[in-house]
Design a protein around this ligand. Structure first.
Ligand code: UD1
Length: 339
């Protein structure tokens, strides 16, 4: 059985990817510092796959602990999710983001070099494109000035990995996610935002569950058909499966360059108001929402050109927006004890 290390494996996308890896026949080792994840996620994973992954609480910034971990464990591949991801928090506390997201990456890559581990998947974001000049966005689109320290850490991380690949034996794929939503169908795992959700879908499901009074739709005067922003919402399980495919591309030496990037989206843009309507249709619940001012830093429209992932990874998103919203709602109901 091939072994895969998943850093941040108890987080939202990480935990769904652990499930996909286990289903594909991999032995998964998880490290997570539990700064934004619950230990109980391990039970959720076990409830789905029947296997509790090997887990160690580890802060990747503590170099000695990381060295120790690599001394006693070996892997055929690494998927690196562990990072801070709240855009607003990164504006308030940039050094936390630069330290957490960049130190941990550098230390991890040092261990890869030291132990001759060469298959490395990195969790990147469409945020690297900023406000795009052309839609849909291809991987060749210019990387724009980052809109937040969080976004900047993704850009710098990609550069660090590129340089490390160029200088040695590392082979890596950066996956640029568009907007992940939804949960595993079983409702055993899903998104667990800390405090008030910043992202659209968890805010919608919490509003429907009565935890938030109303959803604020940020902006109704964007140059889009209904005036609200457009994003490419992708089911988190489609995203999870893409990680397995990308890792296998490296393991099977199918990569064309030592460093590659792929967009992971559906290729379809949906407006905020379309998401709200879809949620109402799928769940039969009327959502309390109001139109408010734009949120600073939001770009008008973002959706992926998915041809590269399709052609080279042989991957395409299979699940619909309705399935994603239904699963997000099932998950919200489960964790709130609603029927
Ligand atoms: C942001 C980040 C992205 C990050 C992602 C997940 C940027 C440009 N994008 O994406 O890098 O990976 O979060 O953490 O920094 N909305 C509302 N009301 C709400 C919440 C959101 O109307 O209460 C709207 C937003 O204005 C936006 C859309 O919903 O148009 C999606 O917002 P969100 O889920 O926060 O994701 P992004 O901002 O696209």
């Amino acid at each position: 059985m091939k072994k895969v290390l998943v850093t941040g494996g108890l987080g939202y996308i990480g935990s769904h990817t652990v499930v996909s890896l286990q289903h594909a026949g991999y032995e998964v080792l998880v490290v997570d510092d539990l700064s934004n994840a619950e230990l109980s996620v391990l039970d959720g994973i076990e409830a789905i796959t029947g296997v509790k992954p090997d887990f160690q609480k580890l802060d990747l910034r503590v170099k000695a602990d990381l060295e120790d971990y690599f001394k006693w464990n070996s892997f055929d591949g690494i998927i690196h999710f562990a990072a801070s991801k709240a855009v607003a928090e990164s504006v308030e506390n940039p050094l936390l983001y630069y330290e957490n997201n960049l130190h941990s990456l550098v230390y991890l890559l040092q261990q890869c070099n030291k132990h001759s581990l060469s298959n490395f998947i990195f969790s990147s974001s469409c945020t690297v494109y900023g406000e795009p000049d052309e839609l849909p966005i291809t991987e060749d689109a210019p990387v724009k000035n980052a809109l937040s320290p969080y976004g900047n850490t993704k850009q710098i991380s990609e550069e660090i990995i590129f340089d490390t690949c160029a200088a040695g034996d590392l082979r890596s794929i950066s996956l640029r996610y568009f907007n992940p939503i939804g949960a595993h169908d079983s409702a055993e795992i899903g998104e667990l935002p800390k405090g008030t959700p910043q992202n659209l879908v968890p805010f919608i499901t919490q509003t429907a569950a009565g935890i938030r009074k109303e959803l604020s739709v940020f902006g109704n005067d964007y140059p889009t058909p209904d005036g609200s922003c457009i994003r490419d919402y992708i089911h988190v399980m489609d995203l999870a499966e893409a990680h397995v495919v990308a890792l296998e591309r490296l393991m099977n030496n199918q990569n064309e360059e030592s460093y590659e990037v792929f967009n992971l989206g559906t290729g379809k843009g949906s407006s905020v108001l379309e998401v709200v309507k879809a949620f109402e249709n799928v769940t039969g619940k009327e959502l309390n929402y109001k139109l408010v001012d734009r949120r600073p830093g939001d770009v008008t429209a973002v959706y992926a050109d998915i041809r590269k992932a399709n052609e080279k990874l042989g991957w395409t998103a299979k699940r619909s927006m309705d399935e994603a919203l239904a699963s997000a709602w099932q998950w919200e109901k489960k964790i709130r004890g609603l029927s």
